[in-house]
Ligand binder design. Structure first.
Ligand code: AKG
Length: 393
């Protein structure tokens, strides 16, 4: 199959005359012609198959098909439904929709709210200003609540199934193949795009730290796994510019301006997935999603990993996702990283306790705790430490 990857600096034709429907359809056709999807495959040494690594490194994302079985998906659905049932009834409220007090442990999970079909980050300084251009927004019907949840951060304490999924043994082998055996965990979140409600996420590259570094390379800001609890479509899915993780820090306003001011970036493609697929996406890829003005829900559980040498001794301003959260300056020492990495072993143990017959992944940084079983109380304490110690570059 042929692929339509633009060459460096080259764009496919701009869409001034194409409707949103045409844009979505043309992007879907491009994504279907790319060789970056299929079942997980490993070589004899247990490394991700070389052709998959090659495609991921060239394009910047890859869709692993049919990774999560229906039993595990059902547990994720049920935990998510429980979490949303007990979520605040509105932004800033401390009761849920049934008037029960909302339980929160150290601010986790953190719920982020947006007006239906709006873009909460585009054109703001939030998250280190990495979303400089606002996406198209739509007028939502007047009977919708003023704001809806579009993102939840820090789910492991309330969603056991998410903690377990984060230690899926095949996915951790992928992480090792890409980032080395001492890979470092990032964070965990769910992007929620309810039909006719879901907010847009403006064009951005996730990394904020290493763009000017002498050590910069296409993998230095790590990658995210994106597990899909629903089938994704061009209208509700994530859009990615193939190969853009190799382009350095992209001038997004210039790109949009060269596109006649339209955020329908011409060389982007939608990440089309089925329920149960997990994509890997380089955090340097230029990506965005449109407000979900479609009839289909999207729920994406995102968790990611860095290379150890990309975070060691790095000092950063932790970006604020909301205007009431102050940025914090942090430095990642070997000790900070060791502490953070224990979440991986905790998750491996949670998975092992739930499915004792599964062959667990062996995580080198926590080899000394390989057979440790955390009690419920110990797990709570570890999750509190994890909540306070995010590593981000
Ligand atoms: O899933 C989405 O719509 C946005 C995801 C995203 O921007 C991210 O994971 O960095």
């Amino acid at each position: 199959m042929s692929e339509q990857l633009p060459h460096e600096g080259e764009s496919l034709s701009p869409p001034e005359h194409s409707s949103m429907a045409d844009y979505l359809e043309e992007g879907a056709a491009r994504t279907r012609s790319m060789n970056n999807r299929g079942p997980l495959r490993f070589d004899r040494q247990g490394r991700l198959a070389p052709d998959i690594i090659e495609a991921y490194e060239r394009i910047g994302f890859y869709v692993f098909e049919n990774v999560i079985n229906e039993g595990e998906l059902a547990e994720l659905d049920s935990d998510l439904a429980g979490l949303l049932d007990r979520a605040p009834a509105g932004e800033g409220l401390d009761v849920d929709a049934q008037g029960r007090p909302v339980e929160k442990s150290e601010g986790q999970p953190m719920f982020l709210w947006a007006r239906p079909l709006s873009d909460p980050w585009g054109g703001t300084t939030l998250l280190n200003g990495r979303h400089p251009v606002r996406m198209e927004e739509h007028q939502a019907p007047a009977d919708l609540p003023e704001k809806a949840i579009f993102l939840m951060l820090g789910l492991f304490d309330t969603m056991d199934s998410a903690l377990r999924l984060s230690a899926h043994p095949a996915m951790l082998r992928v992480a090792e193949s890409i980032n080395g055996s001492n890979f470092v965990p990032y964070n965990d979140s769910i992007f929620l795009k309810e039909p006719g409600v879901g907010a847009a996420i403006a064009w951005h590259q996730d990394g904020t730290t290493h763009w000017e570094s002498e050590r910069w390379d296409p993998g230095i800001h790590g990658f995210n796994f994106m597990a899909q609890l629903c089938r994704t479509t061009p209208a509700n899915g994530l859009w990615v510019v193939p190969g853009s993780h190799k382009s350095g820090h992209i001038d997004i306003p210039a790109r949009v301006s060269a596109n006649g001011g339209s955020t329908r970036v011409p060389d982007a493609v939608p990440m089309l997935c089925e329920r149960g697929d997990i994509a890997i996406c380089n955090r340097q890829c230029l990506h965005a999603s449109f407000a979900n003005n479609s009839p289909d829900r999207r729920v994406t559980f995102v968790w990611g990993f860095f290379r150890h040498n990309a975070v060691l001794d790095v000092e950063v301003d932790m970006p604020a996702p909301r205007s009431d959260v102050a940025p914090v300056r942090r430095r990642y020492t070997a000790e900070t990283i060791r502490e953070r990495s224990r979440i991986v072993q905790l998750a491996i143990d949670a998975r092992q306790q739930h499915w004792p017959d599964e062959v667990a992944y062996r995580y080198a940084p926590c080899a000394a705790e390989e057979h440790r079983q955390w009690s419920v109380e110990e797990r709570k304490a570890e999750l509190l430490r994890y909540a306070a110690g995010t590593i981000f570059v």
